[in-house]
Design a protein around this ligand. Structure first.
Ligand SMILES: Cc1cc2nc3c(=O)[nH]c(=O)nc-3n(C[C@H](O)[C@H](O)[C@H](O)COP(=O)(O)OP(=O)(O)OC[C@H]3O[C@@H](n4cnc5c(N)ncnc54)[C@H](O)[C@@H]3O)c2cc1C
Ligand SMILES: *[C@@H]1O[C@H](CO)[C@@H](O)[C@H](O)[C@H]1NC(C)=O
Ligand SMILES: *[C@@H]1O[C@H](CO)[C@@H](O)[C@H](O)[C@H]1NC(C)=O
Ligand SMILES: *[C@@H]1O[C@H](CO)[C@@H](O)[C@H](O)[C@H]1NC(C)=O
Length: 625
């Protein structure tokens, strides 16, 4: 039954998207009812060649959707939003199916270059880097977790010279977007009510939630709101969710305003170049491809690149903004010599460990996601399908390897999954993570099928990495995916911190709360690490380098830094240094990755970017949030 259901899902999603241009509208009809009255199909608009707009926004992802919304609040401005993908659909709405979506054309399908210290035993010996290619961008593929980070993460940005970005100055922008649906937080000074983006808990309580909370308490951690005053502690994930369904940035920010006359959205349109006058150094338009036709559009005021950490960096470089020596290799004329592509940062996690419980009914694999009962529960926005990417608990902890003296700043996050990789007999999760079938069967076949079903996971995430990577062009053509050097664990302290994370998980599992179910680690050694003593530090270092995967939080490739700082690509007002009429506003501008999942921070950046643009064009901004 379950296999059959998965098969149907995968084929429907694939079929839909192979002929996506024709079926864009058709798939929308399959989104479940009752639908929020603000939601609905976003019409497609094809601009004339050389048509003019006040603003052109590239990418309708997490950031682009917010910016298009806020700029079209100004009635005398018109905005063109260019997006490479099409609509979301029924399947992308289901929170627990997040990993499915990476197998569809909604994913750009980037892969990394071979890594010396990571992803060594994954398919093709590379890391998979899914990115959303759909209205809503990566907020449609992501695991819905809403997490802002530590105040000092943003105070660090300000200390680097980025005026206006201290925590006190950006907190209002987190709140502006937000419509918190969690009753006990509605009065919190850290949360907003009435914004476009719904933040809720999954209505489903995993049977593992209570032991997780008790385990935290046994270890001396508070159960708390990790987006509130303090971050260290255990919690249930807050999610970008509306009545048990995904609330992507497109659903939140674009659908309610889809009929604004001054907003035009062109779908299935891939920008190939930002047009910049090399003499005046002014951006004046964008060239994009739609249905094999090349179209140029012009911007009267500004071009805003919100194509994401990979897209924005690549687009700037093919348009002549980047490191001169690198652009020269491809015969690209350098208009501004800037360190685009450097400062690539990301969060890695180790997700190979499976914990076995001695009872049925505790874990996700065991609940059979596709039983008619579970499916029916979902139709009313309930049940296990509403778990955000399958996550049932989060914890933020401080290990002894942390370079922060400040004990309130975590360096490791633990994400508890209601199931584990071991239960992935069908292979969906494996395909997402790039885990080979051979690895899977070697590692988990010693578990009987039943035991494989009764497993869950707690995965440590390295949330304050020191290692930094770099994104480089493969060719001067935007259609060729860039070369992505992630450099995970280049700094060995990062590797030690991950091992400390594994140890922390062992502590959690060792609590009375989890021992009540006889919880134990599956102990078959990982392929390639058999020569190390099981459970030694060296063993875990090996395991982490063989099979660590990314949490898909790539940021930083168009770093924000003040004028005169040679590492900066954009100014604290998000203008590209040395170019007029061009801003970048998305995950790529982060100077340093926050200790959080990155979606919330991207929305905050976009909200602030819109206000910066309005300020610079002398539009009064409302401060009533
Ligand atoms: C699988 C996965 C799971 C994740 N889980 C979480 C999570 O649980 N919590 C969390 O906070 N974060 C999570 N993230 C990260 C988070 O979603 C991203 O950091 C965030 O969405 C990035 O926003 P962005 O606006 O920078 O880029 P994106 O949202 O990726 O938007 C970029 C948009 O630009 C479009 N585009 C790119 N190039 C072009 C072009 N040339 N022409 C036209 N359009 C273009 C893309 O199609 C896309 O729509 C996850 C990400 C992934 C991929
Ligand atoms: C929030 O505050 C208002 C007014 O102070 C009060 O009436 C309401 O009951 C409070 N709600 C919660 C959930 O605490
Ligand atoms: C678009 O162009 C590509 C290659 O140039 C070609 O293979 C494809 O068939 C074209 N598609 C359409 C719809 O014309
Ligand atoms: C599970 O393990 C615990 C602790 O060892 C034990 O008390 C309990 O009886 C076991 N339950 C089952 C169903 O075996």
């Amino acid at each position: 039954m379950r296999w059959f259901f998965y098969l149907v899902c995968v084929s429907v999603v694939n079929a839909t998207f192979d002929s996506r241009r024709f079926l864009d509208y058709w798939t929308d009809l399959f989104r479940p009812l009752p639908r929020n009255p603000r939601e609905g199909f976003i019409p497609d608009y094809t601009p004339e060649n050389q048509e003019e707009f006040d603003f052109i926004v590239i990418g309708a992802g997490s950031a682009g959707a917010v910016i298009a919304n806020r700029l079209t609040e100004v009635p005398q401005w018109n905005v063109l939003l260019i997006e490479s993908g099409g609509n979301e659909n029924f399947f992308s709405d289901i929170p627990i199916f997040a990993s499915f979506l990476s197998l569809t054309p909604m994913n750009w399908g980037y892969i990394s270059m071979p890594e010396p210290r990571a992803c060594r035993d994954l398919r093709g010996k590379v890391c998979f880097l899914p990115r959303g290619r759909v209205l809503g961008g990566s907020s449609v593929l992501n695991f819905l977790i809403y997490q802002r980070g530590h105040p000092e993460d943003y105070n660090d940005w300000a200390r680097m010279g980025n005026e206006g970005w201290s925590y006190d100055q950006i907190l209002p922008y987190f709140k502006k977007s937000e419509n918190i649906g969690i009753k006990e937080l509605q009065n919190s000074s850290y949360h907003g009510v009435g914004g476009y983006l719904d933040i809720q808990y999954s209505p489903y309580h995993s049977p593992l939630e209570k032991p997780f909370r008790q385990a935290g308490e046994e270890l001396g951690y508070k159960w708390r709101d990790p987006n509130g005053e303090k971050l260290i502690g255990f919690s249930k994930p807050q999610a970008t969710m509306r009545k048990g369904r995904r609330c992507s940035s497109s659903k939140a920010f674009l659908e309610p305003i889809r009929f604004r006359p001054n907003l035009k959205v062109t779908k299935f349109s891939t920008a190939s170049k930002i047009l910049i006058d090399p003499h005046t150094k002014t951006a004046y338009g964008v060239e994009f491809t739609k249905r094999n036709k090349s179209i140029q559009v012009r911007a009267r005021r500004e071009v805003v690149s919100s194509a994401g950490s990979i897209g924005s960096a690549q687009l700037l470089m093919v348009s002549g903004v980047g490191p001169k020596d690198h652009l020269q290799e491809f015969g690209i004329n350098t208009i501004a010599d800037l360190p685009v592509g450097y400062n690539l940062q990301d969060h890695v996690t180790f997700s190979g460990n499976a914990f076995i419980v001695n009872q049925t009914g505790m874990t996700m694999n065991d609940l059979s996601a596709a039983s008619p009962f579970v499916a029916a529960a979902y139709m009313s926005g309930q049940g296990p399908l509403t778990l955000p990417g399958g996550a049932a608990g989060l914890a933020f902890v401080h290990t002894k390897f942390s370079r922060d003296q400040d004990l309130t700043r975590p360096d490791v996050e633990l994400v508890m999954g209601a199931g584990s990789l071991a239960g992935d007999a069908v292979g969906i999760l494996r395909s997402l993570l790039g885990v080979t079938d051979e690895w899977y069967w070697k590692t988990y076949s010693s578990l009987s099928f039943g035991a494989r079903q009764r497993t869950f996971s707690i995965n440590p995430v390295l949330i304050r990495p020191n290692s930094v990577g770099r994104l480089m062009l493969r060719s001067p053509n935007f259609a060729d995916h860039p070369k992505i050097h992630l450099n995970y664990f280049a700094d060995l302290n990062d590797l030690r911190t991950m091992v400390a994370g594994v140890r922390m998980v062992e502590k959690v599992i060792g609590t009375k709360a989890f021992q009540r179910f006889g919880t134990k680690l599956h102990t078959t050694p990982f392929p390639g690490c058999e020569s190390f003593v099981f459970d030694s530090d060296e063993y875990w270092e090996c395991a982490i380098m063989q099979t660590s995967i990314t949490l898909d939080h790539q940021v930083g490739t168009c770093k924000m830094a003040p004028e005169g700082d040679p590492t900066g690509v954009v100014s604290p007002r998000l203008q590209v240094h040395g170019i007029r009429g061009l801003r970048v506003a998305d995950a790529s501008i982060m100077p340093r990755i926050p200790a959080a999942h990155t979606h919330a921070a991207v929305l905050m950046i976009a909200e602030k970017a819109a206000d910066l643009i309005k300020e610079d064009w002398k539009i009064p901004i409302s401060k009533n949030y």
